[in-house]
Design a protein. Sequence first.
Length: 215
Amino acid sequence: MSRASLKSFRLCVTIGAAILILLFAVPLVAQQAPGPPGTPANDPNDPVNQDRLNKADMRAREFLMGNTRKPIRRATWGPKEATLPQITEDFRKIQLVNKELITAVFANNILDPKQIIKATSDIEKRANRLIGNLAFPKPDKLKELPQEKSDLRLLLAKLDSSIMNFVNNPIFQTDRKVVNAELATKVSTDLMTVVKLTGYIRRQAEALGKAQTRP
């Protein structure tokens, strides 16, 4: 190969490498883009942050629960092998339904009672099933939850927080060799909180729906 051809080849390689770096860098920057100035990264009222965080959480949780990754078990409690497919489905769908609801309410500013009732019913069903299938120890008592007349958006933000606390629990990490009773109980606590919150939210949404249909 002549010296001129060698230089041309090296130039092409350099340009190609630069293009690859840019292709990978652009999505990374997009994922890390902050929300509007002055809004915290976990502010449910900020649609940019909320959508970014939910997408990142979903990817991480699907990775942890996929393939050979299984919730850990102890002799006296924990999920049985036969329940793992249902656990994986509910684990994924409870996040998807929650994400759609949060996006509609906080990003699109749509407070549709019918959508809220349908979504919270699905979330409640899956949370109850996860409690049974995971079979982790339950707390003696739950912390005090919001009163019935709490703001609907505030209740939805608390529901989102409880779901994210559940899916982010370190007990689902594959490198954890010892079952931690405190983390296992926290799983049940968060899921039971989700169940209670969905009931509150649904009643609020039903009342809102009736108010909207009044002449």
